[in-house]
Design a protein around this ligand. Structure first.
Ligand code: 9MR
Length: 541
């Protein structure tokens, strides 16, 4: 997927068959780029090292091109490689990007559970989910299915909604586009309707004492071919956790801050719910979620986390953003420096289980209310995250914001899209074009600029067999716009397709197979990051 003129077009040439140091290897290859301005010869040198991520040598090229149709021709080199040709188009407008954005957001309709989604009659048992270990029940209707399963998990549900809310607080203008077919028909921006529906579900996850149930799920996973309306087993509300409660408090505080301009009653309800969660957190210092099974059964995805200090920071930050009182601000500024250091530590990824970055974005929205030092810490944290990732990208042969030798975690596309989101957000609020470019240079990775030539989005040239129950069961035809989890070299535990993947270099550890939940599942956390990244790219200068 190219960009309009004036933006970098990045191409990666992979030298399969040749390695640096091979006496028979050529030192250069001559490429020809043919386009509107004629033919141009480009000499590429065989790089000195092999990328650990792909176990191959790769050369990076960057072009500044006029609109038009191009062909890049690679000659045969010796006897080991055949000639190749790649065709691409540089558009004069952003229609391809805009389509990508609209399809990405459209997915939030397809994963909506309850009366406003595609399966309004499915999961009637959600009106009376059983509290695990007792007979009491609670209504937990609505919200988004987490992923290719039908579970709903507080931590991840809050994470996905928060990304939207933080974007809306810091860069509202990028979200002023239509979102079909889910929203519309009200006088407020569509994204507010989309996120509010999720917040209305999230509210229901709070127990009467203020703690928030970690998840709501059936005892066992339904089969992959089970349609939503066939998933009739009892739903259980699993025990409360401090990570879920803190993420809930943060997300509803941010929701109240957005909603106060549109729906004062709902905003007040969200604020009160967040306040009850914060009080519970004060009274329950250490209740993280480390259980993976109960009674020998799985009860859905674990979302375990042995450290809730980042979630508690996020909750305090969001509360300060909503209240803007000296007390609330002082309470969060007290450990800003620590959180900034934790965030900067290189092995500290940003994903559903690490939310310091989200806390920083919450505080960014009230920058001028912070102390001088507080504002400097927040800006420093956001800037250094953008900087750290862009240094990695510049070093990376595949132009990815990670060390070439690092493994790829479950949902690597989510981590990458979150980095793209952060770069584009930071570029927008700080005006630093360098990070707009970093976000743009990353995008083609998802559209096939990777060793598999794999487009990771569901569309005509992309993923066709995602791990996604409504699709596999035939309840719907595969909609466009879903982003798949992506290469996973770290945790293939139990994945039935791992036999075909193990032993491959990390960037090839993906398979477009319906059974590959560890590489090819869809999920709201990566879908939210991807959609917001797309909105920011369309709106980038
Ligand atoms: O995204 C989650 C990933 O970080 C974990 O390593 C993995 C295993 O615990 O679970 C992923 O989340 C899945 C969840 O547990 C259940 N619904 C589908 C999610 C995406 O695969």
């Amino acid at each position: 997927l190219g960009f309009p003129p004036g933006h970098p077009q990045s191409v990666i040439v992979e030298w399969s068959g040749f390695e640096p140091g091979d006496p028979d290897a050529p030192t250069t290859a001559d490429l020809t780029l043919t386009g509107p301005m004629g033919a141009q010869d480009i000499t590429v040198a065989l790089p000195r090292r092999v990328s650990a991520a792909s176990a191959s040598a790769v050369s990076r090229l960057s072009f500044d091109l006029d609109p038009g149709a191009y062909t890049l021709t690679l000659p045969a080199v010796g006897e080991r490689s055949a000639p190749a040709e790649v065709a691409f188009t540089v558009q004069s407008d952003r229609s391809a990007l805009t389509q990508m954005r609209d399809e990405a957001w459209g997915v939030f309709y397809w994963i909506t559970s309850g009366p406003t989604g595609p399966f309004p009659d499915a999961h009637p048992q959600d009106t009376a989910a059983r509290i695990f270990g007792g007979d009491a029940t609670r209504d937990i209707t609505g919200g988004w299915y987490d992923a290719g399963d039908y579970g709903k998990y507080s931590v991840n549900g809050a994470w996905a909604a928060s990304l939207m809310l933080l974007t809306g607080l810091n860069a509202p203008e990028v979200l002023n586009h239509d979102i079909a077919p889910l929203a519309g028909g009200t006088d407020r921006p569509d994204w507010i309707d989309v996120v509010t529906a999720q917040l209305d579900w999230l509210v229901k996850m709070q127990s009467p004492d203020g703690g928030v149930n970690h998840k709501v799920t059936t005892r066992n996973w339904p089969g992959l071919d089970v349609r939503p309306e066939e998933d009739t087993a009892v739903k259980y509300l699993m025990p409360v956790s401090s990570t879920a409660t803190a993420d809930y408090a943060a997300t509803l505080a941010l929701g109240a801050k957005i909603l106060q301009h549109y729906d004062a009653d709902r905003a007040a309800l969200f604020e009160a719910a967040a306040a009850r969660a914060l009080a519970w957190l004060d009274a329950n210092p250490n209740l993280v979620m480390i259980e993976t099974t109960y009674d020998g059964a799985q009860y859905g995805g674990p979302y375990t986390d042995d450290d809730d200090t980042d979630e508690r920071f996020f909750a305090r930050a969001a509360w300060a953003a909503l209240q803007q009182t000296p007390e609330a601000i002082a309470a969060v500024e007290a450990d800003l420096e620590t959180r900034r250091a934790v965030l900067y530590a290189s092995d500290n990824d940003t994903y559903w289980g690490k939310v310091d970055l989200l806390g920083m974005w919450a505080l960014k929205s009230i920058e001028d209310q912070l102390s001088e030092n507080g504002a400097a810490q927040v800006n420093g944290a956001l800037r250094s995250a953008a900087h750290k990732w862009s240094v990695l990208q510049q070093r990376s042969q595949w132009l990815l914001p990670m060390e070439d030798t690092d493994g790829f975690p479950w949902g690597s596309n989510g981590g990458l899209a979150t980095t793209g989101w952060h770069w584009a957000m930071w570029a927008r609020v700080d005006g630093d074009d360098k990070y707009t470019q970093a976000a743009q240079v990353l995008l083609p990775y998802f559209h096939g600029r990777n060793p598999l030539g794999q487009t990771y989005v569901t569309n005509d040239v992309g993923v066709r067999n995602p791990h996604l129950r409504p699709h596999v069961s035939g309840a719907f035809d595969l909609p466009p716009g879903f982003i798949s989890g992506g290469a996973n070299s770290i945790d293939l535990a139990g994945d039935p397709t791992s036999g075909a993947i193990l032993g491959q270099p990390p960037l090839r550890m993906f398979v477009d197979h319906k059974d590959s939940y560890a590489t090819n599942e869809v999920a709201i956390n990566w879908q939210a990051a991807w959609s917001l990244y797309a909105s920011l790219l369309v709106a980038a200068p």
